[in-house]
Design a protein around this ligand. Structure first.
Ligand code: BES
Ligand code: ZN
Length: 636
């Protein structure tokens, strides 16, 4: 951590003269190259980009659903730093089978190059060390993936909505790109890419690149991503996919049987895009399309450039869960344009994105809805904080030796967003919006550290505000500063009151005033109910509001969680159906963890998991295996 200077942005204009902070005008900006990663190594990559940097990738891959492998070659174009003539090229790999390696200089012929695959680490995989001859600046690696590659999920036709064709998709964030491509798998390195992908003729292939919605089905698809992106944003999917336009620049790909429903749910996407541009400047990626994946997708959404990957569980029928689209769209600025250079800086991606999401929702759906989402977010953060060790409550988190996924909690998302909201409130919206837009422009297409943000903040926002913002505490300390903003929603406050009255027996379920409640109010209602509740009281709620039948996955998941806590047996079948049918990790983790708290629950969890596990993505499998101690179920 290099934050020797304590950062506290304070001070009213009157105090400014006495302030030790230099004013923004007199401070020259550090040269860009200096402000970047050069200063510190990414602990989650074996690569040596300070000596040799991969600047372009050309992929040629054949997809085999029979063997569940990708096979082909990756050609890497290298920039070699002066003085590193003898340095080997070190790449990240995980479960890759390397057949041979060749290198060449410019357009010269490729010659076989010696290589060495190091011992594999459970988290990081194995370094691939390649000796380059002479001034070679091109390397090609002939390889195949393992059927167990963590980034890839191979779905049988039965696991898709249409039931007739197989499906394949990748999930590279955080460090799984290396399970399907040998490369420098660190977000500090940006590269362009081209690809040729060979697939069964009746399927459509898509990548996080230029996709042509009009492209007819073919056995080979060609892709181009001409803007430099970090490796975790390289993405790929193949399936029976149709396209529906949503606007001039936006559209949605989905399996034919759900394409119309998806298009209806996401019809506001173009408007969200326009709203974000009005706030933060032009969208820089050409098209913005969505891809709806089968329900085993382990995340809600993934911001793959030009093509957000999304879970079908956000198709609720009433657009109530589309803030996920706003979130992934927001990453087109925060994350994809300005990128965290290491996973310790993940909050720069997700905190900004969560803040921007709230702003998009406010612009498109109004301040009330945004306020409700902020309150719900904050509540989740506060609940989680109680269970997290202090070190994991820090925005700039130390993840060395751990899987970066362990840093994916409400902390980078919601604490990060609260910090930015605090700055907004301190300097006023107009100034803060200009600052954020300036930040995106200044660092566009760069990968930056937390310290780069802090320096930029100090230079461009210090002295402009009238109330203190403890920047240093926000970034480097656990907990939440006492001066943090407290979002309020009158609508949710009213819900809370009724929930309390019902809970304490003053108000029968039939008299709860629910007319006009949106998803957010229902969600808050459920979350406001304490446990324990008797089975009879659960049944009352279910009879009045049919939670067990809810078509909204968030509500259903919350209800099922309560059903486990309160031993509400009528929901058992629904719980099993949900756990077997949905693979979104955010839903699975709390449900399995809740079940695992009692011996009987654990047994039930194991018997459900036995059925569900073959349908889950490797990323979800790893998480649930750990919760249930699956590899060694005898030892709870
Ligand atoms: N980039 C994340 C997903 C992610 C983070 C994948 C870290 C792997 C490692 C994505 O933008 C995200 O945050 N998705 C959320 C939805 C969002 C609305 C909070 C999710 O999947 O739940
Ligand atoms: Zn995100």
């Amino acid at each position: 951590m290099n934050h020797s200077m304590p950062l506290i942005l304070l001070l009213s204009a009157g105090l400014l003269a006495a302030c030790a902070l230099p004013s923004q005008q007199s401070q020259p900006e550090p040269p860009k190259s200096q402000s970047l990663i050069a200063s510190g190594k990414d602990p989650h990559s074996y690569s040596n980009p300070e000596q040799i940097k991969v600047r372009h990738l050309d992929l040629d891959l054949r997809v085999s659903f029979e063997s569940k492998t990708l096979e082909g070659r990756a050609t890497l174009v290298l920039d070699r730093a002066p003085g590193s003539d003898t340095a080997p090229l070190v790449l990240d790999t995980h479960d890759l089978k390397i057949a041979r390696v060749e290198s060449a200089e410019g357009s010269g012929t490729f010659r076989s190059s010696p290589f060495k695959l190091g011992a594999p680490d459970k988290i990081l995989g194995a370094p691939l060390e390649i000796s380059l001859f002479g001034k070679a600046d091109r390397v090609r690696i002939f390889y195949s993936t393992s059927p167990a590659a963590a980034a890839l999920q191979w779905l049988s036709p039965a696991q898709t909505a249409g039931k007739r064709h197989p499906f394949l998709f990748s999930q590279s964030q955080a460090i799984y790109a290396r399970t399907w491509i040998p490369l420098q798998d660190t977000p500090s390195v940006r590269l362009t890419y081209t690809a040729a992908v060979r697939v069964p003729r009746e399927l459509r292939a898509l990548m996080s690149a230029e996709n042509d919605p009009q492209q007819p089905r073919s056995s080979t698809y060609h892709f181009r991503m001409t803007q430099p992106i970090p490796s975790y944003l390289i993405a790929f999917a193949v399936g029976d996919l149709d396209f529906r336009p949503l606007g001039k620049r936006t559209g949605v790909y989905a399996e034919p049987v759900i394409a119309d429903r998806a298009a209806k749910e996401f019809e506001d996407t173009e408007q969200m895009l326009a709203a974000t541009e009005a706030l933060y400047g032009p969208y820089r990626w050409g098209r913005y399309d969505l891809l709806v994946l089968p329900p085993s997708f382990p995340y809600g959404g993934m911001e793959n450039p030009r093509l957000t990957f999304a879970t079908p569980t956000i198709i609720a029928g009433d657009k109530s869960l589309v803030s996920l689209v706003a979130h992934e769209l927001a990453h087109s600025w925060s994350g994809n344009l300005v990128t965290n250079a290491t996973w310790s800086d993940f909050w720069l991606n997700e905190g900004f994105t969560t803040y921007v999401t709230h702003r998009i929702i406010e612009a498109v759906y109004g301040p009330q809805r945004s306020a409700m989402e902020q309150v719900l977010d904050r509540q989740e953060l506060l609940g989680l904080m109680k269970t997290l060790p202090a070190a994991d409550q820090i925005l700039h988190i130390d993840l060395a030796g751990r899987n970066p996924e362990e840093g994916v909690t409400e902390v980078p998302y919601v604490k990060g967003a609260l910090f930015l909201r605090h700055l907004e409130q301190a300097v006023g919206r107009a100034r803060f919006d200009a600052f954020v837009q300036g930040y995106f422009d200044h660092f566009a297409f760069q990968s930056i550290r937390t310290a780069d943000f802090a320096n930029y903040l100090q230079q461009h926002l210090a002295g402009l505000h009238s109330t203190p913002v403890p920047v240093d505490e926000w970034i480097y300390q656990p907990g939440i500063p006492t001066s943090a903003p407290q979002p309020v929603s009158d609508a949710l406050a009213a819900v809370e009151k009724q929930a309390e009255q019902w809970f304490s027996g003053q108000l029968p379920a039939s008299q709860i005033e629910t007319s006009g409640w949106s998803y957010h109010e229902w969600q808050h209602f459920l979350r406001s109910l304490q446990s324990p509740l008797s089975a009879a009281r659960m049944a009352q709620l279910d009879a009045a509001f049919h939670f067990s039948q809810s078509g909204n996955a968030e509500i259903l998941q919350q209800w099922l969680l309560m059903a486990i806590r309160n031993d509400y047996a009528p929901a058992n079948a629904k719980l099993e159906e949900f756990l077997v049918g949905v693979g979104r990790r955010k839903f699975l983790k709390p449900l399995y963890s809740e079940l695992a708290k009692t011996p009987i629950g654990r047994k039930r969890a194991q018997s459900i998991y036995r059925k569900a596990r073959p349908g889950y993505h490797p990323i979800a499998v790893a998480t649930i295996d750990a919760i249930l101690n699956w590899k060694n179920p005898g030892n709870p």
